[in-house]
Design a protein around this ligand. Structure first.
Ligand SMILES: *Cc1c(COP(=O)(O)O)cnc(C)c1O
Length: 479
């Protein structure tokens, strides 16, 4: 046997090399250039793993809306499908059909009136792509109408509240659409319908209400918006329609509030998008968009292929994309069924309500909205009277909780109410009542510590001086 010291390959890395006894572990990782030679898979694996492992446990990440827990079978199924490219439909027609089945299920959860067996919709990488597709279809329908009427079609606009997620800013910028924003205020914590209608004109391609606003967790009132638009359209002859950004609510309302009319049961709702990877309970990235009927999906945006007897519609901004998420979504539909989803969402909402009750009972805090939580998203702030004398801010609490592994973001509200700092917890599957108790204990401990401070913290001083209160460590609201 060769003495390892004399074996030129031993320290460089061969099958016998101990990972942490290798030369590679004394080297910095590549930053600018691809390394010249190869490294053993064990060492490469360890380096990549170690660069990412210091971060939070995803299950303790209460900042994200995105799924951080799936059961073993779902995980196995998805891992086994990592080598499948969804776009190769001819090679994997059964995956394409499974995707179309998911679209059908989504359409029916949202009470589609479409009578075709295969509903009009699309798979997306997340709500961002799904929102874009809904928006582009609305733009093209408006443009066609204007062309037919011999009217100019160069100044499209859309109406949304300032509580929008960043995708809408991208949509407006990329496609040159004027974004008309209805400000959120304390009196109008959701889309103010009267103001929205006043912003509409013949060039409005759509109004976008949100179900599960990223900043507040609240739902815009789609039924009232639909009624107001119906009146407005009748009076003006315009045809302003609705695309609903239901990134979160699209998977909550059908299960927890099936009576509530927010979806395709309403006249002017022509498309709805959601994130399969949020309350759809699938790992990222997965989104869905559904049109009320094929006729609302412009023909030049899509083409339809028949696989195994199913009409599969191809619409998308991206070409290649993972197929594993479709398997994950279809698995969840079969595994949980309607009642299973209902139970999971019910528990998440109950845990959110429990947190709300406990946090509201603390002398320092109050919930952002007084109303009953519509989604498992709890947002709270410091009581104004307490804030007057406090030596700390919610940013300090965020840091304290991060020391215990919890990611609970503090952030300022959008324009008009940007002086309000709030904190938000996303209560998702995988965050139980017991974990909520642990979080509450950590919040209490942190607050007790902060209350002992003699001098104000830097963020408190910044707040006093009206400096931009940033501590922009996260990007939770997507802005
Ligand atoms: C999360 C979210 C988006 C973006 O969705 P992704 O799935 O992350 O692409 C858009 N709108 C709202 C309201 C959201 O909550």
């Amino acid at each position: 046997m060769l003495d390892p010291k004399n074996d030129p390959y031993f320290r460089k890395g061969d099958a016998k090399t101990d990972v942490f006894g290798s030369d590679a572990m004394l080297q910095p990782s590549p930053v600018d250039r691809i390394p010249q030679g190869p490294t053993t898979p064990e060492i490469a694996y360890q380096m990549v793993k170690d660069e990412t492992f210091a971060q939070t446990q995803p299950r303790l990440n209460l900042a994200t809306f995105v799924t951080t827990y799936m059961d073993e079978y779902a995980t196995r199924l998805m891992n086994e499908a990592v080598n499948i490219n969804y776009i190769d439909e001819t090679e994997y027609p059964r995956v394409a059909v499974m995707c179309q089945k998911c679209i059908n299920i989504m359409a029916n959860l949202w009470n589609t009136p479409e009578t075709n067996k295969w509903k009009a919709g699309a798979l997306a990488i997340g709500s961002s792509e799904a929102c874009m597709l809904g928006g582009i279809a609305a733009l093209k329908r408006w443009r066609e109408r204007r062309k037919k009427a011999g009217k100019p079609y160069d100044k499209p606009n859309m109406v949304i509240s300032t509580g929008y997620q960043v995708v809408w800013e991208k949509f407006a910028t990329f496609w040159d659409i004027e974004m008309r924003c209805v400000p959120l205020s304390l009196e109008h914590p959701t889309l103010d319908i009267d103001t929205a209608i006043k912003m509409c004109d013949e060039n409005t391609i759509c109004v976008v209400p949100i179900q599960g606003v990223t900043w507040t967790g609240l739902n815009d009132d789609v039924e009232a918006l639909d009624a107001a638009l119906d009146k407005y359209n009748a009076e003006t002859g315009n045809e302003v329609c609705i695309h609903i950004d239901a990134a979160s609510g699209g998977f909550i309302l059908p299960f927890l509030n099936p009576e509530k009319k927010w979806d395709f049961r309403l006249k002017w709702v022509l498309s709805i998008s959601t994130s399969g990877h949020k309350f759809g309970l699938v790992y990222p990235g997965l989104g869905w968009v559904v049109w009320k009927d094929k006729k609302y999906l412009p023909e030049d945006m899509s083409f339809t292929v028949n696989y195994l007897g199913a009409e599969v519609t191809q619409v998308g901004l991206n070409y290649s994309r993972p197929a594993a998420q479709i398997l994950g979504q279809y698995y969840q539909f079969i595994r949980l069924g309607f009642d299973g989803y209902k139970n999971v969402q019910y528990n998440s909402l109950q845990v959110a309500k429990y947190l709300k009750e406990k946090v509201a009972a603390m002398p320092e805090f109050q919930p952002y909205a007084q109303e009953d939580l519509p989604n498992p998203i709890f947002v709270w702030l410091m009581k104004p009277e307490y804030q007057k004398t406090a030596k700390w801010t919610l940013y300090d609490l965020q840091d304290k909780l991060a020391q215990k592994g919890w990611m609970v973001p503090a952030y300022t509200m959008p324009a008009n109410i940007e002086n309000i700092v709030v904190m938000r917890t996303l209560c998702k599957q995988g965050f139980s009542r017991d974990m909520a108790d642990q979080l509450l204990a950590d919040i209490q401990f942190a607050v007790d510590e902060l209350n002992k401070l003699e001098y104000p913290t830097p963020t408190r001083i910044a707040m006093e001086k009206n400096m931009p209160l940033v501590a922009k460590t996260f990007n939770h609201t997507g802005k």
